[in-house]
Design a protein around this ligand. Structure first.
Ligand code: GLU
Length: 393
């Protein structure tokens, strides 16, 4: 019944989400956060959809061969747990939901692990809560662990840690979690695989004349009405949460595709440039957006005075800040907090998130990175501020 007419707005394709000449596709960039909803993962609530998981895994392995760094956000724990416990109706009592999530998460992780193991690829279960992403320290810890997984070619499979959260502190839906992970990892693309082909002008399950929206800016206010009112029954998200997730992801410059997870070879086809689903673009190019996001994200807690060599390294080669370039430390701050980097005349050069506290930096300033471990008895990272967490001002 769905009419596959496409509506394309007059979006200026300025965003660097949109591939320019090469490949002809409309997505570019390496880091893709791929969120798969509960209805897909559990065959509309019946039980875990092993066949679907094998199919997405097969596609993700191909994307990986093309240089994509995939991060999976997997819903389905509650729905899978309900099926295992023989519950027909989603519980309304929080503790029962938590039990369903805990039971279901076991099988969910195992299903992903088994499917990727066929290709010799390791996966890692990561369960996050809201508190993990709003505390600066845990935020950086999660970021470092996830980026290390990607460096080691391990695929993170992320879900909300439903067992320890209550309504007030929940992300609530994995669309939001996907967007926050896209922010955290500064992903290029957020893909929301769902049981509909994309975002329609009205709910296609109620209106056969609903039209698929092809491409818009995520900020387009006309989208709110289109997304309103279509809520899935197995997960907790609907189109409105997907739209909000796209807007969140756009803050760090990621583009979002809302697309049908049951479409044949959907991920491969998106990668090769097929215009499937609904593409929601950030207002500004990715570099500008992610820097603005970082710069506006936090209060400054202190400053590092850096020498002329470090100023040049930051400004001219876009390097990370190393201990050797730091002359003095001002203020008290913890790992993960925002600091200003100033030159010897006190002019601000950059700001960024520090990997070490002010007291640790005081001990290692002026030294080579190789001595950090010896002095502090541990080293989290060789950089004081990694270039990905640094914005020139
Ligand atoms: N974390 C929930 C689960 O695994 C899903 C949340 C959502 O539906 O988006 O079941």
């Amino acid at each position: 019944m769905e009419k596959k007419v496409r509506v394309t707005s007059t979006v200026q394709q300025a965003s660097d989400c949109v591939q320019q000449a090469s490949g002809g596709g409309r997505l570019s960039g390496r880091r893709w956060v791929i969120k798969i909803g509960s209805a897909l993962l559990t065959n509309d609530g019946q039980a875990l959809n092993f066949e679907g998981i094998r199919s997405w895994v097969r596609q993700i392995v191909i994307l990986k061969k093309h240089g994509i760094e995939p991060v999976i956000i997997s819903s389905g724990a509650i729905a899978a747990g309900m099926a295992r416990l023989g519950w027909q109706e989603r519980p309304t009592v929080m503790h029962e939901l938590q039990v369903a999530a805990a039971v279901g998460q076991m099988g969910l992780s195992q299903a992903w692990q088994t499917a990727f193991a066929e290709y010799g690829i390791e996966t890692a279960q990561v369960l996050l809560t809201h508190a993990d992403l709003s505390s600066r320290q845990r935020y950086l810890n999660a970021r470092s662990a996830l980026t290390t997984m990607l460096d080691l070619r391990v695929i993170p499979v992320i879900n909300e840690n439903d067992c320890v959260v209550t309504d007030e502190i929940k992300f609530g839906d994995n669309d939001t979690l996907g967007a926050l992970v896209a922010n955290l990892l500064e992903a290029d693309t957020l893909i929301l695989l769902t049981d509909q082909d994309g975002l329609f002008t009205t709910d296609p399950r109620k209106n056969p004349y609903a039209v698929l929206v092809d491409e818009r800016k995520a900020s387009d206010p006309a989208l709110d009405e289109m997304a309103g009112g279509s809520k899935g029954i197995f997960g907790s998200g609907g189109m409105l949460t997907k739209l909000r997730a796209a807007r969140l992801a756009a803050r760090s410059g990621a583009c979002t595709v809302i697309v049908g997870g049951r479409i044949n070879q959907v991920l491969e086809r998106l990668h090769s440039g097929d215009a499937l689903g609904t593409l929601l673009l950030p207002d500004e190019g990715r570099t500008v957006a992610r820097k603005r996001w970082l710069a506006g994200h936090l209060l400054m807690r202190g400053q590092l005075q850096i020498d002329a060599g470090a100023v040049r390294a930051l400004q001219e080669t876009g390097s990370s800040l190393l201990p050797v370039g730091v002359r003095a430390v001002e203020g008290e701050f913890q790992r993960g907090e925002m600091v200003a980097c100033v030159d010897e005349e006190g002019r601000e050069i950059a700001r960024g998130l520090v990997n070490y506290s002010s007291s640790d930096i005081t001990k290692v300033r002026g030294l080579s990175s190789s001595r950090v471990h010896e002095i502090l008895g541990m080293s989290v990272e060789p950089e004081l501020v990694h270039r990905d967490n640094l914005v020139l001002v």
